[in-house]
Design a binder for this molecule. Structure first.
Ligand code: G
Ligand code: G
Ligand code: MN
Ligand code: NA
Length: 254
């Protein structure tokens, strides 16, 4: 049984690590961004998926501290890659509702950018639709504060929540991430294909970037490209990779 003390211990012992999943721009054929994904490198059990500990961290509120660690580590890593002469990338970080609701969060983001020396345009924060919908006016206010810092905002798991299209227009976000549940059954499920194409066209009309998640096959990629989606994330490009493997992948040029 996982206890919160074990998670706190993991944080103190620096046992959390980030893996990076590349995002491919189909027009240029380049990896232009990466999503930072948390793992627990347990001394006995090895790598543990966030599905196994993020829920407890959310329940107990420890996700706030873990999230601060994630933000700091991702910004630090991205800056280190730039200092090493790698092409500049956007790194996106998942934000939990508890973290987003913290009073001091925006100033914490600002401080992390200053401390790590990362140019804010290379940080993207992924907010889920359900996080935003918990308190729309508050979320919009916080999003505007984050926008003023110069960071990018994305809506994660787009299509699975209940954000109305009129609300979407008021969110200062730069891109939508199409949830992988819609991508998974392309090209077999006509409804999922219709929904995916509709999200892509909505994004285009609102002048937002749009990325499809969970792309695993050439057929899915072909459908998405034909529908006008130029950004791809998923096993077809790469699994999430430890930093060294991610850099090796970047060095291949695509
Ligand atoms: O990478 P993976 O399958 O293991 O991620 C599983 C889930 O954990 C995803 O829903 C992802 O959004 C979430 N997750 C991964 N990293 C983080 C993180 O740094 N913070 C939060 N809050 N959730 C994360
Ligand atoms: O909720 P979020 O979108 O942050 O979750 C990202 C999760 O999706 C990570 O756990 C990651 O490992 C997983 N993932 C990434 N690409 C694929 C894919 O192509 N197929 C499947 N099944 N899972 C993926
Ligand atoms: Mn995500
Ligand atoms: Na997602």
């Amino acid at each position: 049984l996982l206890r919160v003390e074990a998670l706190r211990h993991a944080l103190e012992q620096n046992e959390f690590v980030l893996h990076y999943q590349p995002q491919l721009d189909l027009a240029s054929g380049r990896i232009f961004a990466a999503e930072a994904l948390l793992r627990w490198n347990h001394p006995q059990q090895g790598l543990i998926s966030p599905c196994e500990f993020v829920p407890l961290a959310e329940e107990t509120g420890l996700i706030v501290e873990i999230g601060e660690w994630v933000l700091d580590a991702a910004c630090r890593q991205n800056r280190a890659w730039q200092d090493a002469g790698l092409p500049s990338l956007i790194v996106s970080v998942n934000v939990s509702a508890r973290q987003f609701a913290e009073k001091a969060w925006v100033s914490r983001v600002a401080r992390t950018l200053t401390e790590t020396g990362l140019d804010p345009q290379y940080l993207e924060l992924e907010l889920t639709e359900s996080l935003i919908m918990q308190d729309v006016p508050q979320a919009i206010a916080t999003m505007h504060e984050l926008e003023s810092l110069g960071v990018r905002l994305a809506i994660d798991d787009f299509g699975t929540g209940y954000s109305s299209l009129s609300a979407l227009k008021r969110f200062p976000v730069s891109r939508l991430k199409i949830d992988r549940s819609f991508v998974k059954d392309i090209p077999d499920d006509e409804d999922d294909m219709a929904i995916t194409a509709a999200i892509i066209s909505l994004a285009q009309k609102l002048k937002l970037d749009v990325i499809a998640e969970g792309v695993e096959t050439q057929e899915q990629l072909d459908f998405l490209r034909d529908a006008g989606c130029n950004e791809i994330q998923g096993y077809w490009v790469s699994r999430p990779l430890p930093p060294a493997a991610f850099v090796a992948r970047l060095a291949t040029g695509r």
